[in-house]
Ligand binder design. Sequence first.
Ligand code: NAP
Length: 313
Amino acid sequence: MDQMFDKITLIGVGLIGSSVARVIRREGLTGHLTISTRTKETLDRARQLALGDDYVSDCAEAVRDADLVIVSVPVGASGMVAEQISTALKPGAIVTDAGSTKLSVVKQMQPHLPDNVHFIPGHPVAGTEQSGPDAGFAELFTNRWCILTPLPGTDEAALSRLKAFWERCGSTVETMDPEHHDMVLAIVSHLPHIIAYNIVGTADDLEMVTKSEVIKYSASGFRDFTRLAASDPTMWRDVCLHNRDAILEMLGRFAEDLSSLQRAIRWGDGEKLHDMFTRTRTIRRSIIEAGQETDAPDFGRQAVAQAEPEAEG
Ligand code: NAP
């Protein structure tokens, strides 16, 4: 165990914050871990779970003397947090975040942060559809990417320290500029979630197919969308509002491609359909080869059911 920071403060202790807390503990990355969150209820729960060394509701108080501050709140709240902590930050501290969008977080946080701290925005590309402090686990970041979007003039030593921190959490770190991050994540994360929310909403609105039929026959494909569509509504509202331009660009392209697919179905163009479905299959193979998904049949569901028969009741 090799301690990296004397004191780390986590602001926000939901799925991401509590996972960071658990991996910090497991790896012994700090001498002192302070947890801060907006509500008494969540702070009490973090205390019950023994996620930190102390629990402070006032986030300005929480960041005093911290060498690393990680903000893991919905992206729309990041500016307010930066404003609240700005005067209490220790000179030389690294301030980062976990937000799923980056340009907006930079615009919201940077104006409030003093010049004598190192602000390095970040995004661990790892998650589940769960939220809150109970949802976190130390392995969340293992073999997952963490994208840092350093701003021009960022101190190289601070960037290396933050990179090393995420590597100790199990991630592989990549850096890119915030605009590029937002465009890439719009297609690989934001659009799939929006499509999932939409298809589940459409099924819910259908009148000629009953709700019980939708649920009964869901294993034919629908249930894989419902996992994404069960994600936290506040987080995803903020992602849509704060990565608006990139999401609208990707939705425009998606709508054009969907129209082309619709035309192929309408005109019975089987060759076109077959070509497209063949091309997309290779993408899934590449994801499995890159270790970002299991190749077990049915996403490993059978394996889990066999390993834990009691879980099936
Ligand atoms: P979460 O489980 O819902 O936890 C959210 C945390 O933020 C809680 O501590 C909550 O505090 C606090 N919070 C909520 N609204 C707030 C507000 N208006 N002002 C201040 N604090 C507020 O969320 P999460 O999944 O950990 O996501 C946190 C961040 O990580 C988000 O920016 C998200 O985009 C990003 N992220 C999420 C995922 C994912 O899959 N979930 C993956 C990568 C990155 P209280 O409970 O005390 O209200």
